[in-house]
Ligand binder design. Sequence first.
Ligand code: TMP
Length: 203
Amino acid sequence: MKKGRFIVFEGLDGSGKSTQILEVAKELRRRGEKVWLTAEPTVSPTGSYIRTILAESLEKDMYLQGALFLADRIEHNTDPEDGILKHLKDGETVICDRYYYSSFAYQGTGSDLNWLMQMNLSCSQIAKPDLCIFLDVDPLTCKNRIDRDREKAELYEHDIMLMEKIRNKFFHVFACLKDKENIVVVDANMEMNEVTKEILKNV
Ligand code: TMP
């Protein structure tokens, strides 16, 4: 069924994903590809509830958070009008800002990683990405950018130690998935243009 390419961007908060996604999409469109940009959490009712939890730094159980992100992801895939599966079937290149790797790294720091992985990876309604690009930026740089650019830090943006832990969890997860998924780590501490070039080499 799937015809388009599915590319996911991951990274810590403040790693520059949004900027790089726009640059990469611009280049792929210039090359004639039809590109659909999307993100998690989504704008669905579940996604909006998650956004409230994040924005207000509500202390919700990590299993509950994992389940909410999972539900949001299933809806994100299966929405018949505007879902990931529909856009892939139409032959579009889908670029998604965050996906299940974020659940593994963020919720995996406070719940059962095996449970999270099993729920997401064994679900037939959740498409497997063709490529995951991880933008690796030093957590201190990310934290400084967040403090500089955002009015108010969100749930996972307050604590540099937690950000370090999440980065380590990402690398642990990538090691677990290395034979099953196509994951590329890009050093995103470089100049913006250099980072874009590096990403495009892999895309
Ligand atoms: P962002 O829109 O700025 O990338 O923020 C989304 C936040 O949600 C970010 O702190 C990471 C978090 N998140 C999770 O904790 N688990 C997930 O599964 C996803 C998709 C995001």
